[in-house]
Design a protein around this ligand. Sequence first.
Ligand SMILES: [Zn+2]
Ligand SMILES: [Zn+2]
Length: 320
Amino acid sequence: MEYNIPKLPENAKCKRCRSRGEIRLPSHNTIWCGACFITFCERAVAKAMKQFGMSVETEILVAVSGGKDSLALWSILNNLGYRTRGLHVNLGIEGFSEASVDAIADFARAQNLTWTQYPLKEVFGWRIDEIRYRTRRSICSVYGTVKRQLLNRLTALEGYRTLATGHNLDDEAGRLLGNFLRHRDYYIEKQYPYLPSTHPLFATKVKPLYRLESGELRAYCHFASIRPLSASCPLSRGATSHLVKEALQFMEDKMPGTKRDFYFTWLKKRQPPAPFDGEGVSRCRECGAPAFMETCSVCAIRAMLSSGGHGTGVRETRDE
Ligand SMILES: [Zn+2]
Ligand SMILES: [Zn+2]
């Protein structure tokens, strides 16, 4: 993958150790050497985990795609002393999924980490191209619903209570801006980098990278010698979320710090969500998974696909 880190002048110095500066962070108005930059990223994650009330005793399942964010996350949590395991849902996309698996396998081998992969067809019953063919809604949004619930179930299946995902500051700030643009108050209310659960069937979900920008994670992979998958997911091409993130980045380039100010100022005013205790949960009559209606959202999508894809079949419930 292209790391795109601009070369700094010979005399640039690291702010912390005064050795040769290797990366400039305009949003922090600072310059780091590679080693101090790695420390900076690890501290950002340590700070997030502390805010989530997580100690290194917590065993964490890390959702990995093979991309820069999830591999950086896995690496940082491991370096901070967390006991982790990787979880990968193999979408079976020709040319893309093999490369994802290779990137994860290479990384895990080098770091001596363990992981499990589940083929989507096996755990959901449909391949991604079948879903795409049969649905009128954007594949990204349909699969997003399926993925959220599958990851929750697989976390329980793997015997874990906490799931970490690689969402970064660009993802979270972009999502918030997208929700503001459409006045989606319900989603704005729900958005938070930490979703605690006290119910055995629901994983606690954390986004420990929410303090780091996409470009910073690319640089982290460079300095930590991680080789992530360079291609982006073909499913997300043309997604509106990309456009919103690009708009934010445009402002960030003109006004460094915009992303952080926008997201952190909003986050500061919010209360962390109360731990979810399973209130209102029953069992899906089709598959027995926890659900908030008669059937869970995954079975609703399955039914929609079986009936030829008509009707939306997709609804948003609390994070099942
Ligand atoms: Zn340094
Ligand atoms: Zn179900």
